[in-house]
Design a protein around this ligand. Sequence first.
Ligand code: 4HO
Ligand code: ZN
Length: 261
Amino acid sequence: TGHCWGYGKQDGPSSWYENYPVAQGNRQSPIDITPHQAVHEPSLGPIVLSYDQCTSINISNNGHSVVVEFDDSDNRSVIEGGPLDNPYRLKQFHFHWGGKGSNGSEHTIDGIGYASELHLVHWNAVKYKTFGEAATAPDGLAVLGIFLETGDDHRWLHMITDTLYMVKYKGSITDFKGFNPKCLLPSSLHYWTYLGSLTTPPLHETVTWIILKEPITVSEKQLGKFRMLLFSGEDEDERMRMENNFRPPQPLKGRKVRSSN
Ligand SMILES: Cc1ccn(O)c(=O)c1
Ligand SMILES: [Zn+2]
């Protein structure tokens, strides 16, 4: 009964609570991060990304974003360390972005957004048997968030933007093998971390967020290719450009944001 939700006037973030009451919960995401109020904890170690054996499988348009899925049948690509008590297995990554010239990140920093935000979604395969089970457990998911700012071309992002024409319509999917997302990481892995939720329905409050402080740079031209994707399917007569697919910041409700050094 996955109700249809979206980012439009009628079905957008301000109406999600009607079908997903947890939207008004106490650990919703994204949030506005105020670096000066983040608690610096020396006990928070570095995050460790082991993506070398990762195997991407496909890239698809799910009607909300463009998603690259990975083979998560073993612990070949994991995130660990930092606030995490276990290694979490890479399942997929996707993006959120704005319209031409407007920002589209989900998290903001002192009220300022970035052009886009990349989410690498991982699940706790030590404690849970499937992604679905982990997605409903408070310590089930870990999402690594990376901000994208506009500037020069990103050297490797073309590998993704060059395939977007093949997944223009909702429900389209195509092979996408051999892509290693470590090429999308900034040079520093310094981060903020807090306990939050999925930023799309069902908005489960099951995500340990790890947001990298350093953005990566992509060009306006590369970002523009994301905007040629459509929310709508090939058979629908109204063509709705996929843009502004971000949820705005949610109340902090007393949560602490911690900072690595
Ligand atoms: C699992 C999941 C689904 C949607 N989004 O936006 C996320 O960041 C994570
Ligand atoms: Zn996301």
